[in-house]
Design a protein around this ligand. Structure first.
Ligand code: KG4
Ligand code: ZN
Length: 382
């Protein structure tokens, strides 16, 4: 079956068409129009500007998704859309376009939780870049060993989610304040190195990390940068708490205080690089420690990484190393790089799972999705 996915929860307008066959997803198209440049000068996403951009871009993005896939609307089995959580002015564009299409095309409509979409990006094989005979990126047959523990890290979320089976979610830990991605964005703003903060900080940190990653591996205890000129040391918040919750706003404030003490150092390239490296490592240390602790309690067979921060190469590598060392029997899954950020393919794949688990009655009801599905900024994962 062919599925249309639409995503507009934040600052990416995306439409994708996937083909779902024998528990296998084939991404026929995945068009993403990013608004990063527009929001950069504000240092964060401005909801009303995002909404206006989504409105301008959604039809061209949809047209491109159909053109690239070669699929006609009549061939679609269903339409799917992110209906929350996210910015309401942004979400409403995607959901209302999806509802309109579902009504006029008489196709069922499935609403997808944004985080469920990010997790579903893990079901796209990392061999996605290999082009199949039919010239289409193709995923492996989707098989997952449950229970699975998902570390979801994005601009809006930082959660540890236990999946006992497909579509069975239990949040076992989450941030009490800022999300990890949000902390990256805010710290990059303090350091005046651009937006979005994640890639900007990661790029600066890489300059130093290349030099002393081996050294740091030796001394995981206090993670001080040994060959640093400035000896910056940031806290690892909540590390010793027994629960699996996170807190990143204190870490951001620590960076702010440090830089306020010596504002002139913001012009010093080495200082900024070291601060980026130490901040990134502080976030990674907390994320990995909490994930391993949660794994001790819930004994997952798989650990998955999801969300925009999953693009962080250091996090990908260090989490892998930590799992190999401490939990050698646990499988480790990460989404392919190009599916870590917001995209509609992950929404369509999540919809394929939902659809395949629905009863006949539920499928019939989905035909009225254009009337019944709510757009909810605080949608709960169920
Ligand atoms: O999932 P996503 O695209 O949007 C939300 O659902 O929020 O995540 C965006 C977040 C931003 O905060 C961005 O700075 C962060 O992901 N991000 C990264 C990296 N690439 C994107 N954070 C750390 N390292 C990266 N390489
Ligand atoms: Zn996201």
């Amino acid at each position: 079956m062919k599925i249309l996915g639409i995503e507009s929860s934040c600052d990416e307008t995306s439409a994708s068409i996937i083909e779902w066959k024998n528990n296998k997803a084939c991404v026929l198209s995945n068009i993403i129009s990013s608004q990063v440049k527009l929001h950069a000068k504000w240092g964060g996403v401005v909801p009303n500007l995002a909404s206006r951009e989504h409105l301008k871009n959604i039809i061209p993005v949809l047209k491109m998704a159909f053109k690239k896939s070669g699929v006609k609307p009549s061939e679609l089995k269903l339409v799917s859309v992110t209906n929350g959580p996210g910015l309401i002015p942004a979400l409403l564009i995607g959901t209302n376009v999806a509802k309109t299409l579902s009504y006029f095309w008489e196709k069922p409509l499935v609403g997808i939780h944004h985080v469920e979409g990010h997790i579903a990006a893990n079901f796209i094989s990392d061999k996605i870049s290999r082009i199949s005979k039919s010239q289409l990126p193709i995923s492996n047959k989707i098989k997952m060993a449950f229970p699975a523990l998902c570390l979801v890290v994005s601009g809006g979320h930082t959660q540890l989610i236990l999946m006992k089976d497909y579509l069975k979610y239990e949040i076992v830990g989450q941030t009490l304040d800022d999300a990890a991605g949000e902390a990256f964005d805010k710290v990059a703003r303090i350091l005046e190195i651009g937006y979005p903060g994640g890639p900007a900080i990661a790029a600066k940190a890489a300059e130093l990390r290349i030099k002393n990653y081996e050294l740091r591996k030796e001394d995981k205890k206090n993670s001080i940068i040994h060959d640093s000129k400035f000896m910056i040391h940031l806290p690892r918040p909540m590390l010793n708490k027994k629960n699996f919750d996170f807190s990143f706003s204190g870490l951001k404030t620590a960076v702010l205080y440090e830089t306020k003490k010596h504002p002139e150092l913001l012009k010093n390239k080495s200082y900024v690089i070291e601060m980026c490296c130490e901040f990134q490592q502080a976030v990674i240390d907390v994320l990995i420690t909490k994930t391993l602790k949660a794994a001790q309690k819930y004994s997952p067979k798989t650990i998955m990484l999801a969300g925009g921060v999953a693009a962080n190469q250091e996090l990908r590598v260090q989490l892998k190393e930590a799992i190999q060392k401490n939990l050698p029997d646990v499988k480790y899954k990460i989404p392919p790089m190009e599916y870590t950020g917001d995209n509609a393919a992950m929404i369509a794949i999540a919809a394929a799972f939902r659809w395949s688990k629905m009863t006949k009655e539920q499928k019939k009801k989905a035909l009225l999705g254009w009337k019944t599905i709510d757009t909810d900024a605080n949608l709960k994962l169920k």
